[in-house]
Design a protein around this ligand. Structure first.
Ligand code: DGL
Length: 258
């Protein structure tokens, strides 16, 4: 048995392409439909009600594309809206939180776990039993491509100082954007603290589910990739490539939702 419908993935913007990158790596034959709500990014500074409303609209758009499941790539949407979406939607919904927490517990040997993310993610408490620090300045730095600047290093040092006395064994990179500066974070946090990348965790969890439920595609060759965005700016190409790690090849279209 096989299911040849596409996998749906949504994010508040283009950061979720870090999940697309992982899915392409481990499930290359699958068709993918990505929605980046670039007209309304960021979600991380918004209220719970707004994040839930936007996340619903994103998921409903993906359902019109006949997706077999939905991955919420965005940590903020995962933290605030996943439980509602899982209850209301008729397809399996995967969020980044559960898989990342499981991986963090494993690699920390049940030691203390730190987490960094947007204000909304940290405030939600969804990353249970972690010591969370909101790092709201990191998203704009990364979106601007300022990933090698001394200013960013100072900002990262300042945020991570908060972990100095916590004795954490693992740190969850609880935002789509942070894997882009993983090396900088690793260097600054030091001390043998292991980093957990939720993009990888959710991709592996999704693959496992699709195998167990006989929902993998049996199409041969590279899957078809379709990208929708709610706003298309001149910087789209360079920002998308930064998150995806290669140039976008697939169908790209601007859509209006909500
Ligand atoms: N995608 C968001 C996250 O992972 C970061 C950007 C935003 O605030 O919308 O939390």
């Amino acid at each position: 048995m096989a299911d040849n419908r596409p996998i749906g993935i949504f994010d508040s913007g283009l950061g979720g392409l870090t999940v697309v990158r992982e899915i392409i790596k481990i499930l290359p034959n699958e068709d993918l439909v990505y929605l980046g709500d670039t007209a309304r990014v960021p979600y991380g500074t918004r209220s719970k009600e707004t994040i839930i409303k936007f996340s619903f609209e994103d998921a409903e758009f993906l359902l019109t594309k006949n997706v077999k499941c939905i991955i919420i790539a965005c940590n903020t949407a995962s933290s605030v809206a996943a439980s509602v979406l899982k209850k209301e939607l008729d397809v399996p919904v995967f969020d980044v939180i559960g898989p990342a927490l499981r991986d963090a517990r494993m690699i920390s040997g049940n030691g203390k776990i730190g987490m960094i993310g947007t204000r909304a993610t940290v405030a939600s408490g969804a990353y249970k039993d972690t010591f969370g620090i909101a790092c709201p300045l990191l998203v704009p730095f990364i979106e601007e491509g300022e990933i090698n600047s001394g200013a960013l290093e100072l900002v990262v040092k300042n945020y991570l100082k908060g972990f100095e006395k916590t004795k954490i064994k693992a740190l969850i990179l609880g935002c789509t954007h942070y894997p882009i500066i993983e090396e900088l974070i690793r260097r600054v946090i030091g001390g043998g603290i292991k980093l957990v990348n939720p993009e990888k965790s959710v991709s592996i969890a999704t693959k496992k589910y699709l195998i167990e439920h006989k929902m993998l595609s049996d199409k041969q060759g590279q899957g078809r990739r379709t990208y929708f965005v709610t706003d298309l700016t001149d910087r789209f190409k360079s920002v998308a490539e930064m998150f995806l790690g290669h140039s976008i090849n697939g169908y790209l279209k601007k859509v209006i939702i909500g």
